[in-house]
Design a protein around this ligand. Sequence first.
Ligand SMILES: Cc1cc2nc3c(=O)[nH]c(=O)nc-3n(C[C@H](O)[C@H](O)[C@H](O)COP(=O)(O)OP(=O)(O)OC[C@H]3O[C@@H](n4cnc5c(N)ncnc54)[C@H](O)[C@@H]3O)c2cc1C
Length: 394
Amino acid sequence: MTEPRVSSIGDLDLSAEQKQLIASVERLTRRFTRAEFLRCHREGRFPEEIWQELGRLGVLGITVPEAYGGAGLGIQELALVEETLARAGVPIVLLVVSPGLGAIVVSRHGSEEQKRRWLPGTATGATKFCFAITEPDAGTNTFRIRTMARKVPGGYRVSGQKTFITGIDVSDHMLLVARTSPLDLAHRTRGLSLLVVDTKAPGISRTRIDTQVCKVETQWAVFLDDVFVPEGDLIGEEGRGIRALFDGLNPERILVASMCVGLGEYVLDKGVEYAKGRQVFDGPIAAYQAIQHPMALAKAHLELALLMNRRAARLFDGGEAAGPAANIAKLAAADAALEAFDISLQAHGGNGFTSDYDLLDIYSFLRLQRTAPVSREMILNYIGEHLLGMPKSY
Ligand SMILES: Cc1cc2nc3c(=O)[nH]c(=O)nc-3n(C[C@H](O)[C@H](O)[C@H](O)COP(=O)(O)OP(=O)(O)OC[C@H]3O[C@@H](n4cnc5c(N)ncnc54)[C@H](O)[C@@H]3O)c2cc1C
C-alpha cells in the first residue's frame, strides 16, 4: 500500500477545530487569490473587503479574550491563519501587527477600560492597529529612540519621527514606542513607554516610502509634532513599557515565521509542479537529483522551521518563556523559505525571470523577512548571548 502524501508533519498534531480554521481560511483564499493580491499590490490598495471577511470569520478576534468579543484562542491559531494565507501566496502583514502584536499587548497589559475600548473593534475588523518603533537614527538600537512623550496635565505631548511604519494609512491606532525620560545608560530598559495614539490626531503627518517589496500594505515615514495623547492611552506603567513590548515581539516573530513557512511551501510547490512538467532531455527535470535534492532539502528545512514555530507558539500561549524558540523559528523559517525560493527559481530556468511565472515578486517579500521586523544578525546575537552564554558584541 502506498502511503498518502504528507503535506506537512506539523499538521499531524492539529486538533479538529484547528483543521476547520485552516479549511475556512483556505475557502477565503479561493476568492482572495494570488492574482487579486498582485492587483492590490500594483494599485497600492489594502484588501479591506478581505479584512472584513476575516473579521466575520472570527479570525481577527482569535487572540482577543471572549469577554471582549474575541475567540479567546492563542497565537497558535493566529499563526495557522497566517501560514494558510501565505501557503496560497497571499500573506497579510497587518495580521501580524493588529490582531497579533496590538491585540496581544492590549489584552495582556491594558487596563480593563482600555480592553473594553480597543479590543472589540480589533476583533471585528472595525478598527486596526499599526506598530511604530523604528526611527531613522536609532534603527536596530531601540534604546536610542528619540521620540519623546512629555508629561503635561491630562496626558503627554509627543514629538519625534518614526520610519517604515506599515499600514498607518489604513489603521486607526498606532502602538507607539516613545521615551518618557532620557536614555540612562546605567538603566537602559527604563524610560521607554507604550502609547496608543490615534492615527488621525492633530500633529501627525506622514509621507509614503516607496519600497520594492510586493505586498498589500504600504510603508510610511511618520512625523509627530506635539501630538496630545491622553494619559488613559498609556499601556502599563510609564517608563516600564519594555516588558509589554517584549510580550508583543515574540508573537510577531512567530507570525512572521508562519508567513515564511507558508510562502516557502507555496514557492516550493510552484517549483515542484514546474519541474514535474518540464522535459528537456528524457524524462522530467524533477527526476534529476540536481533539482530534486535541493528541493527535498528545502522541504526538510521548512518542516523543521514549522515544528520549532509551533513549539514557540505553544510556549507563548502557555505563558512560558518563548523567546529562544520564537527567535530560532523566525531565523530558520526565513532561511528555509529563501532556500525554497532559490531552487524553485533555478528549476524554472529562464521562465523564472518572466512576469508570467510570478517568482521574483515573492523573492522581495521573503528577503525582507531576513531584515525585518528583526534582522538575522540580531537573532544570532540573541542566540549567542542567551542560549550559548557568550559575551554581548554591541
Ligand atoms: C517593508 C518594511 C516594513 C517595515 N515595517 C515596520 C513597522 O511596521 N514598524 C516599525 O517600527 N518598523 C518597521 N520596519 C523597520 C524594520 O523593522 C527595520 O528596518 C529593521 O529592524 C532594521 O532596522 P534598520 O533598517 O534601522 O537597520 P539598521 O539598524 O541600520 O541595521 C543595518 C544592518 O546592520 C545590522 N546590525 C545592526 N546592529 C547590529 C549588531 N549589534 N550586530 C550585528 N549586526 C547589526 C542589522 O542587522 C542590519 O543588517 C519595516 C521595514 C521595512 C523595510
